[in-house]
Design a protein around this ligand. Structure first.
Ligand SMILES: NC(=O)c1ccc[n+]([C@@H]2O[C@H](COP(=O)([O-])OP(=O)(O)OC[C@H]3O[C@@H](n4cnc5c(N)ncnc54)[C@H](OP(=O)(O)O)[C@@H]3O)[C@@H](O)[C@H]2O)c1
Length: 300
């Protein structure tokens, strides 16, 4: 197994020379419980980041509002000066309230502050990729995103941002955005049990736009499914490895950013890319979302 195959191969962001290994790492959990820092053990968080990069990960997802500011400062402490080829994808559009709530931050001033906060706390002169995060907590909400997007385009022209992505958006919002600027990735809620974006992913694939599911393992309530357990046992793998392997198999434009604060879970996740899923087991896994939909309907 080469380093390339163990991380699921590489995807090049459209219109760029940015090559991302398909298995990346989501850094949100590093700031501690409730994503409110500092974490109990900063050295353990640093060890997770260094191990991910040593394993070959070259795509780390973060935001300055994780912690707040704490996750980015840990990334800088762990990895700066950054190795060549490491791509740090961040996002703006939200902020944390003093009561730890998650609030929108989409005004011009908040977006500009957000970009400068990311630059400062990551220790970079320019940000590789910035996702404009809009919508509600878990799901997008229709409506124009032109105003905040134009602010990011302005900052891109100033050289502070290299590439722009969108998070928590609908296909219509992507279309609006593409009339304004090039969009290289979409980051929405999606996993083996939550497949509301199936058609969206299919539409993005021919354009080469990366689809990066957030909560690939279920997020704050990690996935639990007897089907996942059964398939995992038959492959001598863990249920989380199967959930990640299913995502990699599902579409070639999917990139993964599973989050963990544990070295053991990190190793489990990174080796999932090498897992082969035979067709009969994929069919079983496809039933998870159908069962979840049926259960939700019968509950109403
Ligand atoms: N755009 C957005 O709005 C948005 C929203 C949420 C998240 N994100 C991004 O998406 C990334 C991933 O999301 P996430 O970390 O919240 O959710 P996730 O990757 O779906 O799951 C993380 C949870 O699963 C556990 N876990 C991870 N690997 C495991 C394993 N092998 N076995 C058992 N449990 C495991 C983690 O606990 P341990 O720490 O104990 O391993 C944690 O509780 C984040 O880091 C963030 O960068 C973006």
């Amino acid at each position: 197994m080469t380093e390339q195959t163990k991380l699921g191969g590489t995807l090049t962001l459209p219109g760029t020379s940015t090559h991302l290994r398909r298995m990346g790492y989501g850094a949100m959990q590093l700031s501690g419980p409730g994503i409110w820092g500092p974490p109990r053990d900063v050295d353990a968080a640093i060890a997770v980041l260094r191990e991910a990069v040593a394993f070959g990960v070259n795509h780390i997802d973060t935001s300055d509002y994780y912690g707040p500011q704490v996750t980015n400062q840990i990334i800088k402490k762990a990895l700066h000066p950054y190795p060549a080829g490491l791509v740090i994808v961040t996002k703006v559009g939200a902020r944390r309230g003093a009561d730890k709530s998650w609030l929108p931050a989409l005004s011009r001033e908040e977006l500009i502050d957000g970009i400068h906060g990311n630059l400062r706390n990551l220790g970079r002169d320019a940000l590789d990729v910035v996702n404009l995060r809009v919508g509600g907590m878990m799901a997008p909400a229709e409506g124009s995103i032109e105003e905040p997007l134009r602010v990011l385009v302005e900052l891109k022209l100033q050289g502070l941002i290299r590439h722009i992505g969108l998070s928590n958006v609908t296909p219509r919002q992507l279309q609006e955005a593409q009339r304004i600027t090039e969009i290289v990735c979409i980051q929405n809620f999606y996993n083996v049990a939550n497949r509301g974006d199936d058609a969206f992913i299919d539409a993005l694939a021919p354009q080469g736009i990366a689809y990066v599911p957030f909560f690939p393992l279920g997020g704050f309530t990690p996935l639990q499914s007897s089907v996942l357990d059964r398939v995992a046992a038959s492959l001598q793998a863990s249920p989380m490895q199967v959930a990640l392997a299913w995502l990699l198999h599902h579409s070639p434009n999917i990139l993964l950013i599973p989050g963990t604060s544990s070295l053991n879970h990190l190793r489990d996740n990174l080796t999932a890319a090498a897992l082969e899923l035979p067709a009969d087991l994929i069919a079983e896994l496809n039933a998870i979302a159908e069962n979840a939909r049926a259960a939700a309907q019968s509950a109403h």
